[in-house]
Design a protein around this ligand. Structure first.
Ligand code: CUA
Length: 152
């Protein structure tokens, strides 16, 4: 029947989308594993175990955690340095207004909302250098808000 044809066409489209996304990330040597959110008030950041000192920390043999703060018009730390052949879980929050944490040329692109922690796990295969940019309008110098991600 026609319904069946449409159903199959829709499925083919969906599979095609997923394949494109997967290919895009694998080709770059970066794989998003997952993401979810938790909360923290901007006023608590300075005393927080993780965000009091934005940094990358080793938590396992090839596992790292990166605690990142976005604040007009900078990302901390900058540069963010992670090893190749590693799995890095990013925890990103904002100290002031809404920003984004977007790694140019990859599918890493998350909104960064004050009061919330964006969490995403990424696998880095090969050494490279990426630009980190803010995709949410956050003020007069939004367009200058950028940082570096070094995979070493
Ligand atoms: Cu931060 Cu735009």
């Amino acid at each position: 029947t026609y319904e069946k044809v449409w159903l199959i066409a829709a499925l083919v489209l969906i599979v095609g989308f997923i394949a494109t996304i997967t290919y895009g990330s694998v080709a770059l040597g970066i794989t998003m594993v997952g993401d979810q959110e938790e909360t923290i008030e901007p006023s608590e950041l300075n005393d927080d175990e993780r965000f009091g000192e934005p940094r990358v920390e080793q938590v396992g043999e090839n596992e790292y955690e990166a605690y990142v703060i976005a604040q007009t018009f900078t990302f901390y730390p900058d540069p963010i340095e992670v090893p190749a052949d590693s799995e890095v879980t990013f925890y990103v929050t904002s100290r002031d207004v809404i920003h984004s944490f977007s790694v140019a040329g990859t599918n890493i692109n998350t909104m960064v909302i004050p009061g919330e922690v964006s969490k995403m796990t990424v696998e880095f295969d090969e050494p490279d250098e990426y630009g980190v940019v803010c995709n949410e309008y956050c003020g007069d110098f939004h367009h200058t808000m950028e940082g570096l991600l070094h995979v070493v």
